[in-house]
Design a protein around this ligand. Sequence first.
Ligand code: ZN
Length: 501
Amino acid sequence: MSFYVTTPIYYVNGEPHLGHAYSTMAADVLARHMRQRGEDVFFLTGTDEFGEPVAQQAEREGVTPRELGDRLAPRFKEMAAKVNASNDFFIRTTDEGHQKRVQEVVQQVYDNGHVYEGTYEGWYCPRCADFKTDSEIAEGNTCPIHGIELTREQQDNWFFRLSSFQEPLERLYAERPDFVIPDFRRNEALSFIRQGLRDVSLSRPKLKWGVPVPWDPEQVIYVWFDALLNYYTALSYAREGKDLTETYWPAFHLLAKDILKFHAVYWPAFLMAAGLEVPRGMVIHGYLLMGESKMSKSLGNVLDPFDAIDRYGSDALRFYCFREVSFGRDGAVSAAGFESRYETELANDYGNLASRVLAMVDRYRDGTVPNSEADPAIAEDFKGIVTRFSALLDKTELTVALDEVWTLVRRLNRFVEETRPWDLAKDEDEAGRLDQVLYTLIEGLRVTTLLLLPYLPVSAERLLGALGEEDRGLAELGSRGGGQQIERLGQLFPKLEPATG
Ligand SMILES: [Zn+2]
């Protein structure tokens, strides 16, 4: 089976920030998890470089739009690498392969009779590069997303007959209840559709910074259609001399709530109009809100993702974001909260457990995992974890899935306290019980660490190495026997001294 996952492509009118990192990390967790399940995964991210906002930003900076893109696209590439994203390709909408394919698809939509010429007048937000419907206009005639005043615009455009896709879209939503998750976002999209869809402009006149309309080079394709098409076009040229479309399309999209309408309404309609398969589904996430917070010990007041990674590593940031904020909802993050979770959960709950267990096997059993059977109480708590966890990630419940594993990590810590292996080791008659306890702990660590691998790719990899585990597939407790040689491990998440100065 194949699994194709995408992040939104990031607009190059500013530097990457935590919001971009969050989308990329979430898609990466899914990609890594699906690879562990043996799926043939393709993971795409990239940059969106055309359109009015980029042209305007370039003008303010006194550079050409292409120069702006050439400067910022590498910053987004670096960001992906920095959060340890395992993307298979990085698309730039200025890529020739993309533009060529966009023109082909748009021509197809035209040939299928879904495009006509007309004049559009309405309230327009230049930052969204979008006209607003009446229900989308905030108080004082402003954009609800950007808070800036809307302008009255009139344009001679090519139009996409979105209105004729109202029924097909309603049918799609009825037939596939999980097309958009979570539910409350699905309802939002569906109610937008049910209000009645108006045709939308497919092109922009005058503006030079875009992909030319194939049958009317005086106009460029509206940046949203060009951008959305990246998910489809990338497969046609990501691997030289090979078209991956058949293998991977349709995609599963991951995006933030501000671009819901484009993805959940315009995009499937446009694909239908081109005669292409609609996406496999999409998950909409909320925002990480950076409120006022008390000063943290070393990161200061604001959680800067790049500072946090430089000091604590990318695993710590990935873990914190999905642990702290329920995925799908908005939630507050802070530098102090980040450091607190790092210490109490990563360093204490998990890191200490790992080094303690490995040290005990080293000390009491010369570093060889005993042959035994799992403790029945722990086996009961772990029962079916792979199925439960996988089902949660199938619904992109990144936070609930992580909670499930963390409950088990804490259960293993309690098991150490309950069984007191250091006391068992003093009593020759308890040798069998000590074998069982150590075997159970090693198995528990192995199973939880395999599940955590997509969230903590660097540290989980280190720990699996120390556990002598070569397989990266998910495993149930007790599925590996004893006899392996383990290695001691230093602190996975070392305590950091507060920064000075
Ligand atoms: Zn706006």
